[in-house]
Design a protein around this ligand. Sequence first.
Ligand code: PMP
Length: 369
Amino acid sequence: PTPRPFNFSAGPAALPEEVLQTAAAEMLDWHGSGMSVMEMSHRGAEFISIYEKAERDLRRLLAVPQNYRILFMQGGGIGENAIVPLNLSRAGVVDFVLTGSWSQKSQKEAGKYATSRVAASAEASGFTEIPNPASWQIDRDAAYLHICSNETIHGIEYQQLPDLKALGADIPLVIDCSSHIASRSIDWSRVGLAFAGAQKNLGPSGLTIVIVREDLVGHALAICPSAFNYELVAKNQSMYNTPPTWGIYVAGLVFDWVLRQQEGDLTGLAAIEARNIRKAAKLYAYLDGSGFYRNTVAPTARSRMNVPFFLADESRNADFLTGAKARGLLQLKGHKSVGGMRASIYNAMPEAGVDALIDYLREFEKSAA
Ligand code: PMP
């Protein structure tokens, strides 16, 4: 069979080919059950076994401590922008650090349910950096502080999560890690709640992962919809309502795939992270070394997952994309709010895909000279 093209979509995004093949092979008859996973009761033994393995594997993969609950929900990242304040804000003050479109959106939405403050913002830089945590004006009485740990559109990633306690604010940190979950380890000692839509690094859209410290559960506002009340969802093992069963199944195949990755002596998440570091480093090095392309993000804040870049001659953008597609390099167009190009190189992007992109960048640069 001809190899599949390399897909640089920001999300829904490429999945490991092996995962797609397994899902295809099991489509009509999952493990001799005579049913597709899509046709199973979420309360039946078959699906419960899929769900329990997925939860166990995710806990192992991300080293989630026992006092954190893993919830499989619906509503996506944008849903969580409302669901988090509905559950955690106690209608008080909530703080945000703005580093791009996604943290901005979250801050606005929280204002419907709580007093939504901005503790720091990188807007003046055009969202090309992360404000130094020492300069954040944190409200010490806020219910939590929210950051987007990887800004998918602006290509900004925290290389280290802030230690709020060390900054003098002993309040929970909430992270929207939608676009880099399972690409690197998470320091849970710094995190109260993490949420992520699945459609970048984990599986199909429609599944949202929430990982929340137990003491933060059980304080929802009275107006919080039952299906989005973390306490009800947790008490019912994510089956208060019908969970996104297909998404949980595919994400489970992805967790299993990540756990089996190897790079030298490294396995699992450590192997994936090492590969992600190498993939991003070679792409940024090429962009920085070329006189034709540029990425404008401060080097210390650059995302390993989403790499926005611009051509020196923007009138060539359409040619660039047409040539890329002809070479099997798909979905490189940048987000409309930023323009230019964006290469999303999530876990499932093989290193060969990044190499193929760099070869094309070089070739196009030469042809444009
Ligand atoms: N947060 C981040 C960081 C995202 O990248 C996205 C999707 N691109 C969202 C939130 C919104 O996710 P959804 O569309 O699933 O609600």
